[in-house]
Design a protein around this ligand. Structure first.
Ligand code: AMP
Ligand code: MG
Length: 336
């Protein structure tokens, strides 16, 4: 309740160019564990649409939260094998998550949640779990622990899910749908590391999105121009802790139950689908360079920017014209 109140209080409107015909309106809110900014150009219609979009995000946050007792995911996680009726949104995200688990050969897996919890990434009381705990929790992971039929979900006893790697992408799709449905032609939806660009700037120039530099918290590593697309970045640098000189980051490899450590330090996916971009940014991070490139060859319906731990930036050919390298310490490789 306190959190919801804080989120509501943080919603504020700023008409940035009040008397111009197409003012820029901005809404800021805190939801899904991150700061979000929604901006749109237009008149009163833009202002109203942004208010609706903020309300929609809060509604989804309530449904998808695994820590809020009245959320649907919390109810599912507490059901101990019983069937739970969920909303259409929750059923849709779970269906998408299951599909991506299959497509990515298990690299993306929402049933990894008990391990995310065991490492302290939920409570932020970070700890390295012992091998026995990891092995025991891994026994109830895998998409076969989720049975989804229409809007009825059964999680096998012991299994729990967390939507942290896909919820913001799904929310960005819903918000984009809502804003476009309100007739808006120019808007930018920034949900933490999940960005959704609607149309272009009002003068027709594309949106410019900075790609964060995992090695420099102030400057961007690169700049990307986009029109009508989601741009989603996963990176270990977003959340991690250090114990005995070892860094442990929050994206887990479902095969080991331990932080993924496969040579990538940042993965950005560009796609018209925020849900796809969110699921794949997490999955390709887990896969590492070789498997990620092979995945793209087999499923070329998106673009990527991969940053490796040996200072290379791999960019899919579809982004070549849109991409500008800023930190020239990285070696740029465009991949056909
Ligand atoms: P993202 O920032 O979208 O890559 O999501 C990372 C978050 O998703 C983590 O903080 C965990 O809550 C959860 N997570 C970690 N590893 C995985 C994984 N392999 N598949 C699905 N969710 C994960
Ligand atoms: Mg993700």
């Amino acid at each position: 309740m306190k959190k919801l109140l804080a989120a509501l209080l943080a919603v504020c409107f700023c008409g940035l160019a009040g008397c111009a015909k197409k003012a820029e309106y901005k809404v800021e809110l805190y939801a899904m564990d991150t700061v979000m900014t929604l901006s749109a150009y237009g008149g009163q219609d833009a202002k109203n649409a942004l208010a609706d979009a903020a309300a929609e995000i809060m509604r989804l946050d309530n449904l998808f939260s695994a820590s809020r007792a009245d959320g649907e995911i919390s109810r599912l996680n507490a059901a101990e094998g019983a069937a739970v009726e969920v909303s259409q949104d929750t059923a849709q995200v779970i269906a998408a998550a299951k599909a991506y688990t299959q497509l990515t050969d298990g690299a993306f897996d929402i049933t990894i949640y008990p391990l995310v919890n065991a490492w302290g990434f939920v409570s932020k009381n970070y700890t390295v779990p012992d091998e026995k705990t990891v092995a025991s929790l891994l026994r109830t992971t895998g998409a076969n622990n989720i049975d989804l039929s229409g809007q009825t979900v059964v999680l096998k006893k012991g299994a729990q899910i967390g939507l942290g790697a896909i919820a913001k992408g799904y929310a960005s799709d819903r918000v984009a749908e809502l804003l476009r449905g309100s007739g808006l032609k120019s808007a930018l939806v920034v949900l933490g590391g999940n960005v959704y660009a609607i149309g272009a700037h009002t003068d027709g120039s594309p949106w410019r999105i900075g790609i964060a530099d995992p090695l420099d918290s102030v400057h961007s590593a690169a700049m990307l121009t986009v029109v009508d697309a989601a741009v989603v970045t996963s990176g270990g640098y977003h959340r991690y802790f250090v114990q005995d000189g070892v860094t442990y980051q929050h994206i887990l490899d479902p095969r080991t139950g331990r932080p993924a450590d496969n040579g990538l330090i940042s993965v950005t996916i560009v796609s018209p689908s925020g849900t796809q971009a969110d699921a794949l940014s997490t999955a390709l991070y887990v896969m590492g360079e070789k498997k990620a490139l092979a995945y793209h060859k087999a499923n070329p319906n998106f673009d990527y920017i991969l940053i490796t731990d040996d200072y290379r930036i791999l960019v899919s050919a579809g982004l070549e014209d849109a991409f500008t390298l800023i930190n020239t310490e990285y070696e740029l490789c465009v991949i056909d």
